[in-house]
Design a protein around this ligand. Structure first.
Ligand SMILES: Nc1nc2c(ncn2[C@@H]2O[C@H](COP(=O)(O)OP(=O)(O)OP(=O)(O)O)[C@@H](O)[C@H]2O)c(=O)[nH]1
Ligand SMILES: [Zn+2]
Length: 366
């Protein structure tokens, strides 16, 4: 990667008044697959706030072409450059890149007011935290997993998602928890989730959102590293220990790459068979449970690329601003979930492609 590629995306300058000596607040955004982290970043970047914000995205998947196109589509024209922090497993490969990226940012401080870092939904928060312990001025973060807190399994009725935000200089716990997708749960379920968050962290600030629409003043100026936190340090560190690592070895990523075009109906039938009917089985005969779907597909006669976004059973297909143009039409689908250790038969029976054209890859190799 070339030096200039290491520069995160910058929002156009409105307010060049940050004192050069001041440290730049770094906020980590973590949350389970599909919780709404990128939605939050996009929202923050497109809102009017007179702040210059650098964003570091960290998306999953080994097909970096897909990741790149997704990142661009997520961000629209605001993203001038793309920083690839890792190609999947944050805990094993992001360490050096991450530190280098932060160092580069430090060199450029004064040029922006905030750094926002999205961790991958599969990241081990402990590893993210230890990566930043190396630098004394950086802190760590806690991870809150909506699925686990609510006691559900992937594919069960838990739809509400938690995201946690923390400052690098904050020690060990989230400063802010966002309960997103409140449109998908009723008041009773919401109250349960709220109570669960409280029971884990009695101090954390809780915000509830739809489509990650937050009051920016609540998110950007956390100032959570003030003195009273020092007194609670021991207690907070215990809380962090009690929070289980998120990395789930049994979660795998299946990647499809199919050249050409896919009929919209064929794709819908396949996705519904996969997500709703649970028709596809892994090598051991267990039905695949998909937690997260993403993709870029080409429909016949459509000049624009179409994006697949899915979380558990919910999915959507949306036309994107990007045109295929002269680029070869290639459908790329990524499914992350449990019991997704599939056989070539899976690709064949999908109706989307011949087995030979597709491949599957494992996530969490470490
Ligand atoms: N119904 C509903 N959908 C939402 C909400 N917020 C985000 N989504 C959708 O959820 C999907 C995932 O959102 P992302 O922002 O990509 O999630 P993420 O946390 O960045 O996902 P990963 O990086 O894959 O872990 C997208 O299709 C969003 O449009 C919400 O409040 N309600
Ligand atoms: Zn994301």
């Amino acid at each position: 990667m070339e030096e200039e590629d290491d520069c995160p995306e910058l929002v156009p300058i409105d307010n060049p008044s940050a004192p050069a000596t001041e440290q730049i607040p770094v906020t980590i955004i973590s949350g389970y697959l599909g919780a709404g982290k990128t939605t939050l970043l996009n929202y923050i970047l497109t809102e009017q706030h007179n702040k210059r914000i650098a964003v570091i995205l960290n998306e999953f998947g080994e097909g970096s072409a897909l990741e790149k196109s997704l990142a661009v589509s997520h961000a629209g024209e605001l993203y001038e450059e793309w920083l690839e922090l890792s190609n999947g497993c944050l805990c094993c490969s992001v360490k050096d890149n991450g530190l280098k990226a932060i160092e580069n940012l430090m060199e450029k401080k004064g040029k922006f007011d905030y750094i926002l870092l999205e961790t991958t939904g599969l990241a081990d928060p402990g590893a993210v935290a230890s990566m930043f312990w190396v630098d004394a001025e950086l802190g760590s973060e806690i991870y809150l997993d909506g699925k686990r807190i609510a006691g559900g399994r992937p594919g069960s009725e838990i739809k509400c998602c938690l995201m946690s935000l923390s400052s690098f200089r904050q020690i060990a716990v989230a400063d802010l928890t966002i309960i997103n997708k409140t449109d998908l749960v009723n008041e009773e379920e919401l109250a349960q989730i709220r109570a669960a968050v409280r029971s884990i962290n009695g101090l954390v600030k809780i915000i509830e959102t739809q489509k990650s629409k937050v009051d920016l003043s609540e998110v950007l100026d956390l100032h959570s590293f003030d003195h009273k936190d020092g007194a609670n340090l021991a207690e907070k560190l215990q809380l962090v220990k009690a929070t289980k690592p998120h990395l789930d070895k049994s979660i795998l990523t299946v990647t499809f790459e199919v050249a050409g075009e896919i009929l919209e109906d064929t794709l819908n039938v396949f996705i519904q068979d996969l997500l709703w009917e649970k028709m596809f089985k892994n090598k051991e005969g267990q039905p695949m449970t998909v937690i997260r779907s993403k993709g870029i597909v080409a429909f016949p006669g459509k000049a624009h690329q179409v994006m697949l976004q899915g979380v558990h059973e919910l999915y959507e297909l949306n036309e994107m601003p990007q045109l295929w143009g002269d680029n070869p039409r290639i459908n790329r689908l990524v499914f992350i979930g449990e019991d997704t250790h599939v056989t070539p038969e899976f690709f064949k029976s999908s109706g989307l492609c011949e087995a030979a054209q597709a491949e599957y890859s494992m996530n969490n190799k470490a």
